[in-house]
Design a protein around this ligand. Structure first.
Ligand code: UD1
Length: 423
């Protein structure tokens, strides 16, 4: 298995290009299942999760071609010949459940493996299933699979009232509702930019949708959807991650393509910590105002709140801040697995349930550490950039799921980082 060697060094300066959003692409890809005409995505990120979704769609009979080095995905589902999403692919990635709504809406039936547990918490899919049931689907859980059937005339529009906002459940319901008979209202819908992006793509395919980006989305079902070409929205999590590189190491970095509207709650915290962030024509320019950042308290929340997917990276920053920071994780119950690894590097962190108390130290020290999940892996790299000496991050396959060309992007701004090939 490969690992990443990071040697702590001084300020970082230059530009880092930000890719299209992994999480948007993972929900836009299954949208191809809704139509027999081609759907093309541009600005796709080159990641192993995208390859997993490609394999899943191909297993269902969709054609997926990766063009221009993976930045363009040309898809067509004219021949949807298999309605069984197998455990062997689904277990690799939770987002696989997003094929359920589209398949059921277009073909009237689907069998999809349950994704199973995940390192960052139990993460059930009950809300996805309740939404489809509300639209008339008959669901049966058997042998680890969801066996789903639409009523004779197809899914029916419904009022779906989520008890709390779920990104994936909103996406599944939204896609299914585009082809349902009548009107669907999704209440307590998630408001993430990736949902807005999905709605825009579906609208380009002919769907009738209103209210995306607010907590109530209304969809008027149509008989069929056509093809479209859609550009994937910028990855706000990759953006936030690289904004933290100059925050941790000093210097000035512009994240190309970045927009404030994607990361407002995050930028508020950076500002309070003593960083300057400026939106320019090129993107977001980040610089550290003083020598050391100040402690800040962070609570993760659904969008537009502080994203849980930036909590681990923010913790890496706060490990060397002046003062004590409290981080409260409200989305996932087990998302502090990076804390013991950061502690190995000299950080002072006490975790009590969903809260971590971080007492800033002057400097972290390099150490061998292990990536436990996707965002944790990049938080260890960020910590290593500012630590004294060498940090070796193992289990890099987590990183490859969500960050393309990390070594190239960080080296270009002056970081000492290399990938070490494993056996
Ligand atoms: C998506 C993102 C993930 C991000 C998360 C929260 C993708 C591919 N992944 O995950 O990177 O961390 O949003 O911003 O877009 N829940 C239930 N029942 C359900 C569904 C969810 O209880 O049926 C719970 C989850 O366990 C979690 C909370 O709801 O505690 C929010 O999860 P959700 O918004 O659904 O996250 P995902 O869509 O899985």
């Amino acid at each position: 298995m490969d690992s990443i060697l990071v040697t702590g060094n001084g300020p970082l300066n230059g530009d880092i290009p930000i890719a299209g959003a992994k999480n948007a692409c993972l929900t836009l890809m299954p949208a191809t299942l809704l139509s027999d005409e081609p759907l093309t995505l541009t600005n796709a990120p080159r990641l192993s999760d995208i390859k997993t979704m490609t394999a899943l769609l191909q297993s269902l009979g969709a054609e997926v071609s990766s063009l221009q080095g993976g930045q363009v995905l040309a898809m067509s589902s004219h021949d949807l010949n298999n309605l069984h999403a197998d455990y062997d692919i689904v277990r690799k990635m939770r987002a696989s459940i997003l094929v359920l709504g589209p398949m059921l809406a277009r073909a009237g039936q689907a069998v999809v493996s349950l994704p199973g547990g995940c390192a960052i918490g139990a993460r059930p899919v009950d809300l996805h299933l309740k939404a489809l049931e509300a639209m008339g689907a008959d669901l049966e859980l058997r042998d680890g699979y969801v066996h789903a059937k639409a009523p004779a005339g197809g899914l029916r529009g419904a009022v779906i009232d989520f008890p709390f906002a779920s990104v994936g459940a909103t996406e599944n319901a939204l896609m299914a509702a585009t082809l349902a008979k009548g009107t669907t209202v999704i209440r307590n819908a998630a408001r993430e930019p990736e949902i807005v992006d999905l709605a825009e793509c579906l609208r380009a395919m002919g769907a009738q949708i209103e209210g995306e980006g607010s907590s109530e989305i209304t969809i008027q079902g149509v008989d069929r959807l056509g093809g479209a070409t859609h550009r994937v929205v910028t990855d706000r999590i990759e953006l936030g991650t690289y904004m933290l590189a100059p925050a941790i190491c000093g210097g000035e970095v512009t994240c190309l393509g970045g927009k404030l509207s994607l990361v407002e709650a995050f930028v508020e915290k950076l500002d309070a910590a003593g960083l300057s962030v400026e939106e320019t024509e090129k993107g977001l320019k980040v610089a550290r105002r003083g020598d050391r950042v100040k402690a800040v308290d962070v609570v993760t929340e659904p969008f537009p709140g502080f994203p849980t997917d930036l909590q681990a990276q923010m913790m890496a920053l706060l490990c060397t801040a002046e003062g004590v920071s409290n981080l409260e994780e409200k989305i996932f119950e087990n998302r502090f697995m990076h804390a013991p690894e950061l502690t190995r590097m000299g950080a002072k962190i006490e975790v009590h349930g969903g809260t971590a108390r971080v007492t800033g130290v002057d400097r972290l020290k390099g150490a061998p550490v292990m990536a436990t999940d996707l965002r944790a892996s990049v938080s260890l790299i960020l910590a290593g950039l500012a630590a004294e000496g060498e940090t070796v991050v193992s289990r890099v396959y987590h990183l490859d799921r969500g960050y393309e060309h990390v070594v190239r992007k960080l080296s270009a701004v002056g970081a000492k980082i290399e990938r070490i090939k494993g056996e």
